[in-house]
Design a protein. Structure first.
Lengths: 250, 446
């Protein structure tokens, strides 16, 4: 599904990613862990086409297409979704209007008719249930005045609405209490099918207790320095990142 | 030649003709206005109040006037398709400065309510005629002086004591002419104690000539009266509008003023509100959407003369291309105006590097127990919000539009007439989508 080859990227002239290689197959869940400043968020931002980042070398193909040539909106239409670490508040733009525009733009891209008002509201109702998102929130402006937990739930709700092929969850667990974490993780699991893949970016094992990864990578200084099965996450939880740093700085 | 001279000559040569086609109450103030105009001349940009509008330059071109009141053979109701339909208003037309008597709506006004020609109604109602010119001081503003010296007719609205006009009154001002043309329109509105009314005034320029329209509106709002005034400008790029609004509020009255510039050429709106009785409230809203070389300059002055009064101001501008916007808002809290609450906000979006916004909030406070605040910002669209929306599949253009609607909708949402609010949402969207390059209602320029 996703094939990253020797990816280098920089922001404001500073190189952050220094040759990432990563392959995500259909149906797989990958976890990317690593200490602060290792480039985890940069990788997710580069994949979704954030304009502040510049790709200086390498290639990314997504379902056979050159991802790096696409606009952020087209990457979304092709089925790429990022659950933001810090979801943005958009005062004055209602959730309903925002989601209807997003869903119908995607349908247009795929050559489908736009949903009419009642079809759309039915879809909203259905998907809201996935993350137990309150109707009151759905009627407000996008993320405005939402608590940290509500914002993350809202991310997963949008993921449910857009049905992406590959979801990147960027520190979705940060700022969540145990109950909110469970609801969010259960939401992600409900949406998971054998046709979809997921990249979970996290510092902690905690989220991976709920969302079970098939493969765990450690990102350090802009490179993937270790790849193993789920047991690697447990080892990191126990031993911290120092041994990884030592192995790579030596 | 100085820009003033042609108007001085015009008045000297035509004053008999002007007077012959006007009313006694209006004629009574002309000589004083003329003297004031000669003394002051047009304000230069060194005058603080007119810093952002070059008045003399705008009055320089040679405009025709219809001082002889030649009839314009057109039925406005035929030529004009209303932009705010299905609103069930009492709809009236002003053709240039004249009240149009054709196709008057079926009398749906409560007893005693007057809507009609200023010239005619001041002649038959001396008690209303006595109010003419009482708020619009010709010694302080050259445009008001010029308007007072040249205006021959206009609109008068009167609502008697405790009468509630349920149905909104809509007045469509149509500018029509075959040659470059000047219009001097005068409006007098009187709401007695406890009266209630809502007025929507729409400005349209129907012909492809240069228009210069001056307008002076005087509004008397009695004790506990409630009045909404919505002004919607949808003119073309060759229109110059000068509007001077004077509002006098008595105790307990509640006024909403909303000035919306949807499409224009050069616009200067001055609004002066005097809160002259305990507990009076005014809410002033303004919105301007500009592109190309358009200019909008809003200048407001709120005079808190009594205690326990409230004023709220919110003005928002969206400027594209090389548009220029200006907002200057002064709030004066006089000695003794205790427990005043006053809030002023001006927020602006500049979409290009060429667009310019000038904003100048001013507070002058001579009372100690007051709650006053002001804030002004000039900025761009939130890049983080834009990217967030694009990640969800909303194209960049669409995302920008959604953010711009959201920005001005804060003003639109405070409209107290649902049908007008809905319509404005649509018009704003059309404007941003570039589907409103000329006034929407013009059948003629379609």
């Amino acid at each position: 599904m996703l094939e990253i080859r020797d990816l280098h990227a920089s922001i404001n002239g500073k190189e952050i990613l220094k040759g990432i290689n990563l392959t995500v197959k259909t149906g797989e869940v990958h976890a990317i862990m690593g200490p602060n400043g290792s480039g985890k968020s940069t990788l997710s931002n580069v994949l979704v086409g954030h304009p502040a980042y510049e790709v200086t070398r390498g290639s990314v193909t997504f379902n056979g297409k050159n991802l790096l040539e696409m606009s952020p909106e087209d990457r979304s239409h092709e089925g790429l979704f990022l659950s933001f670490q810090y979801p943005v508040e958009i005062p004055g733009v209602s959730m309903v209007n925002f989601m209807r525009t997003a869903v119908n733009e995607k349908r247009k891209y795929l050559g489908l008719e736009p949903l009419n008002a009642s079809e759309f509201l039915k879809l909203m109702r259905e998907k809201r249930a996935v993350v137990e998102l309150d109707n009151k929130l759905a009627n407000r402006s996008v993320n405005e005045g939402f608590s940290g937990g509500e914002k993350k739930r809202n991310e997963i709700f949008q993921m449910a609405m857009l049905e992406p092929k590959l979801s990147i969850l960027d520190e979705t667990d940060s700022g969540l209490d145990i109950d909110a974490l469970r609801i969010v993780a259960e939401g992600v699991n409900k949406l998971k099918t054998s046709e979809t893949s997921c990249i979970v970016i996290t510092h902690y094992q905690r989220l991976l207790d709920y969302i079970k990864p098939d493969i765990v990578h450690v990102l350090y200084k802009g490179r993937i320095v270790k790849t193993a099965g789920p047991e690697l996450a447990l080892e990191l939880e126990e031993r911290g990142y120092d041994w990884i740093k030592a192995e790579n700085n030596g | 030649m100085k820009a003033e001279q042609q108007y001085i000559d015009l008045y000297r040569q035509c004053k008999e003709m002007i007077a012959a086609h006007s009313a006694e109450a209006m004629n009574a103030l002309r000589e004083q206005a003329f003297a004031d105009f000669q003394r002051m001349g047009f304000p230069t940009r060194k005058v603080e109040k007119y810093k952002y509008t070059d008045v003399a330059k705008l009055f320089e071109p040679d405009y025709g006037l219809n001082l002889n009141r030649l009839d314009i053979p057109v039925n406005p109701a035929d030529a004009f398709k209303c932009d705010v339909p299905n609103m069930s208003t009492s709809l009236y037309f002003m053709l240039n400065d004249g009240f149009d008597r054709r196709d008057l709506p079926k009398a749906s006004l409560p007893d005693g309510v007057l809507v009609g020609s200023l010239r005619e109604l001041t002649a038959t109602h001396p008690e209303l005629a006595a109010r003419y010119g009482k708020l619009a001081d010709t010694s302080r503003d050259a445009v008001t002086a010029l308007n007072t010296m040249l205006a021959q007719d206009g609109l008068l609205i009167y609502v008697p004591k405790d009468v509630v006009v349920e149905r909104p009154i809509q007045v469509v001002n149509l500018l029509r002419s075959a040659v470059d043309f000047m219009v001097n329109r005068r409006v007098l509105i009187v709401l007695e104690d406890g009266a209630q009314a809502r007025l929507l005034m729409c400005d349209h320029a129907m012909d492809r000539v240069k228009f210069l329209a001056t307008q002076v509106i005087e509004v008397f709002v009695g004790k506990d009266a409630v009045f909404d005034l919505y002004e919607l400008e949808e003119t073309h790029n060759n229109t110059v509008r000068f509007s001077n609004l004077y509002v006098h509020q008595e105790a307990g009255s509640n006024v909403l003023l909303n000035s919306m510039t949807l499409h224009n050429g050069t616009t200067r709106n001055t609004a002066e509100v005097t809160l002259d009785g305990r507990g009076a409230e005014v809410q002033m809203l303004g919105m301007a959407i500009e592109d190309k070389q358009q200019q909008v300059d809003n200048n407001t002055f709120i005079d808190h003369r009594a205690s326990d009064c409230t004023s709220n101001e919110l003005y928002k501008y969206v400027l594209d291309d090389s548009a220029v916007g200006a907002f200057a808002g002064k709030v004066l809290v006089r000695e003794g105006a205790q427990r005043t609450s006053s809030q002023q906000t001006n927020r602006n979006l500049c979409a290009t590097r060429e667009a310019r916004m000038y904003t100048q909030p001013q507070l002058e406070i001579y009372a100690d127990d007051v709650k006053c605040s002001h804030g002004a910002t000039v900025g761009q669209l939130d890049e983080n919000a834009l990217f967030y929306m694009r990640q969800r599949g909303i194209g960049e253009r669409e995302a920008r539009l959604l953010l711009m609607f959201a920005f001005v909708n804060e003003v639109v949402d405070q409209i107290r007439l649902d049908a007008l609010k809905d319509r404005l949402h649509l018009l704003v969207e059309k404007r941003f989508r570039g589907e409103l390059n000329k006034c929407q209602g013009c059948v003629i320029c379609k």
